[in-house]
Design a protein around this ligand. Structure first.
Ligand SMILES: [Zn+2]
Length: 155
């Protein structure tokens, strides 16, 4: 922090991701429409302080899926500093998840496949050079979650 900022204070705003609680709960997750992508955890957007700078708001989308408390500190810093390469990685990560969700919903609704079969089909067609991959056991639990959320949507 520069002396100027220290003396005059950087204007801080309420964190729009956690609404100032410092913690992202299911209500926040639903509000940001990331039910299949996050679980409740301390807020990575404001680093659990409940306050953010205007600069942060202009650089990083509030619902940036990749920016969670699970990331290593160095990666969090890069995103907050608006590092292009890391933001691109964040974008690809979100795309990967979105495609996976669509893939599962498609195979479940059109072919009524079970989670294991969908996982095996997905892994057999996965591009070897794909930047992100999922271990089979985790993939199956994730597919179950996607299918269950689809069921509850219809109720
Ligand atoms: Zn927050």
């Amino acid at each position: 922090m520069t002396l100027f900022k220290l003396l005059f204070g950087e204007s801080k705003l309420e964190c729009p991701r956690c609404l100032g609680k410092g913690f992202v709960d299911w209500d926040d997750i639903r509000r940001l429409n990331n039910q299949l992508k996050w679980t409740p955890a301390p807020c990575a957007y404001c680093n659990a302080t409940g306050k953010v700078t205007k600069e942060m708001l202009s650089k990083v989308a509030v619902n940036n899926v990749y920016l969670t408390i699970d990331l290593p500190e160095s990666e969090l810093e890069k995103i907050k500093n608006g590092d292009e390469e890391t933001l691109e990685k964040a974008r690809l990560h979100e795309l990967f998840i979105d495609n996976l969700i669509k893939y599962v919903q498609h195979h479940y609704t059109t072919q009524n496949m079970d989670p294991q079969s969908i996982a095996d089909l997905y892994l057999s067609t996965e591009d070897e050079s794909a930047p992100f991959s999922v271990e089979r056991g985790n993939l199956i639990s994730y597919i179950e979650k996607i299918i269950n959320s689809k069921r509850s949507d219809q109720n």
